[in-house]
Design a protein around this ligand. Sequence first.
Ligand code: PLP
Length: 451
Amino acid sequence: SYITNHLPTAELQALDAAHHMHPFTTNDELAEKGARIITKAKGVFLTDSEGNEILDGMAGLWCVNIGYGRQEMADVAARQMLELNYYNTFFMTSHVPAIALATEIAKLAPGDLNHVFFAGSGSEANDTNIRMVRTYWAMKDKPEKSHIISRKNAYHGSSMGSGSLGGMTYMHEQGGMPIPGIHHINQPDWWAEGGDQTPEAFGLARAQELEAKILELGADNVAAFIGEPVQGAGGVIVPPSTYWPEIQRICDKYDVLIIADEVICGFGRTGNWFGSQTMGIKPHIMTIAKGLSSGYQPIGGSIVCDEIAEVIGSGEFNHGYTYSGHPVCSAVALENLRIMQDEKILDHVNNVAAPALQEGLDKLAEHPLVGGVNVSGMMASLPLSPRKETRSKFAGAAGTVGYMCRERCFANNLVMRHVGDRMIISPPLVITPEEIGTFMTRATKALDETY
Ligand code: PLP
């Protein structure tokens, strides 16, 4: 009586629409068109229930960095399940997978980011961060230093806390977000909002909005600033070179902690282990998930600096998840980090994949529908525009052309998502130049069909 891959696609789609509520999806559209059922995956290719091979230009949701279907990852999961499938790390207990993973992450993380608080996801980790920075200041006798500044259009997760940190107004409109004490300043999106300013002047001006906000709230009331080194789900917005140094200066000046949300940027996406290294940020906390396990198991966490860990550790932090440091997830994440290092995947990114991606995107930028290219390592966006010279937006509802382009990509067996009228790209880090060639062929066809 089990439902299997062998059922006809239409039957699977009907059951899916009848019983399965999807994230960020209109159920009516699901019922009308039917979901595309993905049955298996290998390397950078997905296979659907009709046998089509789809090139996954998004690495799932920016996470399958080492590619799909790796035997070593399955072996480690099976071994760990038999040895110790579950135990927690509450109440003075621990286990080897969590110890080993925390130690390895501390080794890879820059500076004095030497401590890891595990969570099941990026959202959970950002909820941890809200409570941790507020608790930190309270334990330093500054309980009023509790406000957190984030950015419009940022994505930090979907829970009440992390969704409040995020700056997606369409999320805030549902269910009573943001929670109190969270503020949003403008994002450093030069392509869409920079007008006639140079990217450098614009980046500086956008960073200085942080100083204005801190002064408005009072520096004694501001606990932290949170930002993705390169904004991902907001449309892959690579900030101008002036932006992060100015943010760093301002946070240092007013004793405001920096939380770098590395959920997408971490573990190689921008060509370094962490996006903070690419952007020259010195964070006090980094949020991690996704590429930590390449999506083979759900796991996230907060990498915390010595000072915060010492203060928090001097009392009981009344916070934690049943699956904090889950042994199978930890063992799998550790194997992922071993593969990343043994196979020198960062070298592959920097010497092979990122240059090939950049070259391909530069060619795509010549297409009349493409208004520009934003790229940092293996994450990129192509803003679509009716007139690239003026970076103009399309008449009519924002996102209509982007949606059409995404549909044409999918029809041509390519996953390239859209955020509004911006196409976004984040393939597995192991993608080869030949596969990038296939990406470009399919993307060009989709753009031609959208034009
Ligand atoms: N932070 C960033 C930067 C993200 O991109 C995401 C997810 O896309 C999250 C946090 C939330 O992670 P999760 O979906 O694992 O809860």
